[in-house]
Design a protein around this ligand. Structure first.
Ligand SMILES: Nc1nc2c(ncn2[C@@H]2O[C@H](COP(=O)(O)OP(=O)(O)O)[C@@H](O)[C@H]2O)c(=O)[nH]1
Ligand SMILES: [Mg+2]
Length: 359
């Protein structure tokens, strides 16, 4: 901060006030120590559990950090928060860039908050760390939601692999739940495998679509349709309304062609205008019915257990893989084997055997 500015800042005034003789010097000392103390892991954990958003942010930063000194702290934070997690509903929201995910989350989030819920919004966007500019949209477009004390918005963790980003998001979910957030919304964009990752950490998967020129199903990945618990045609407003209604029918017909889901839930197609705040409460009703259904039939608990197993396997696989490739002997041999392969002196399988045999 430039010197000049500092002198006229309100902070400086405060500092002056704290120098008053009438102030208890012990209290001043305590205040000076406060910043340091607030950084301790125990303080941080109790801050999170006491629903302090500054502590929550700081704790997430530690989880996301790749610095060696943060690893142990991160483990401790997660361990202590875990018993307080799990008491939420987790909703994944996907759709192509520009479909209106952020606008939808803003409207939807505000509705939930008006019902007294605490809402955390996370994003999984593996591209943001690579291209620097996030493809989730030119701006966050959650200007209103950001101001709500009962909302917590956190953009995607950085990381160079989807696996890394996804893992950090999962851990962030735990911290948000421990901090009392009852609804977790996770925005992701339809690139790579990010929908699969988000699907594997949420209870309900919402696919946002736009009405097109009548050929709605073209270009849609089959797997995404299968994952969806609900398809919402957004921007059902103005001149778009008629096309949106047609799209809704087409998606409905398509959904009926899929075999019944393990959850016994029949996915619903709905219309909404995120920007005009229309159709949002109907979507919430459908989602609420979903949760009533799957909590009653046991699928909710079953799915979370399956997800935990999946993440255990994922973690082992990614750890083994990164440790394997980090081994200098492997690095050297890999180069050799790649060259041999190039010169037709070995086969991929023989080369792999040699590499895997390295201790
Ligand atoms: N007409 C209309 N425009 C919308 C609606 N929802 C979002 N938009 C606009 O679509 C653009 C992309 O929205 P955004 O929420 O950033 O999409 P995202 O990339 O999926 O997060 C913005 O210009 C929004 O104002 C809607 O319901 N109706
Ligand atoms: Mg967005």
């Amino acid at each position: 901060m430039p010197e000049k500015k500092k002198n006229i800042s309100a902070l400086n005034e405060k500092e002056g006030v704290s120098q008053l003789e009438t102030l208890n010097p012990e209290a001043v000392k305590h205040l000076k120590n406060f910043k340091k103390k607030a950084q301790s892991v125990d303080e941080l954990i109790s801050g999170v559990l006491n629903k302090n958003q500054a502590s929550l942010s700081r704790a997430i930063t530690i989880i996301e950090s790749t610095a060696q000194r943060h690893q142990q702290q991160a483990k401790e934070i997660i361990e202590k928060c875990l018993p307080h997690a799990n008491q939420s509903i987790r909703i994944g929201i996907t759709g192509v860039p520009g479909v209106g995910k952020s606008t939808f989350i803003e409207s939807f989030g505000k509705l939930l908050i008006s019902e007294g819920k605490k809402v955390a919004v996370l994003t999984v966007d593996p591209s943001s760390s690579i291209s620097k500019g996030s493809i989730l949209g030119d701006k966050t477009r959650m200007e209103d939601l950001v101001k709500e004390p009962n909302a917590f918005i956190r953009p995607s963790a950085s990381g160079d692999t989807l696996g890394g980003v996804a893992r950090k998001t999962r851990e962030t979910i735990i911290l948000c739940e421990a901090a009392g957030f009852k609804v977790i919304l996770i925005e992701t964009v339809g690139v790579g495998q990010s929908e699969t990752a988000v699907h594997s950490m949420t209870d309900f998967f919402l696919l946002l679509k736009l009405s097109g020129a009548g050929d709605e199903l073209q270009g849609i990945k089959r797997g995404i349709m299968e994952m969806a618990d609900s398809i919402v045609i957004n921007k059902a407003d103005g001149d778009n309304l008629k096309a949106a209604k047609m799209a809704k029918n087409e998606f409905n017909r398509a959904l009926h062609l899929y075999p019944p889901k393990e959850s016994d839930w029949a996915p619903k197609t709905l219309l909404c205008s995120a920007i005009k705040n229309e159709g949002i409460s109907e979507i919430w009703e459908v989602i609420s019915t979903y949760f009533e259904t799957v909590k009653a039939n046991g699928y909710f608990q079953h799915k979370r257990k399956e997800q935990n197993k999946f993440w255990l396997m994922q973690t082992i696989e990614s750890r083994l893989k990164s440790e394997f490739y980090a081994n200098p002997l492997v690095k050297k041999e890999l180069e050799k084997q790649l060259k041999a392969l190039d010169e037709n002196k070995t086969t991929p399988f023989e080369a792999a055997e040699k590499l895997l045999a390295i201790e």
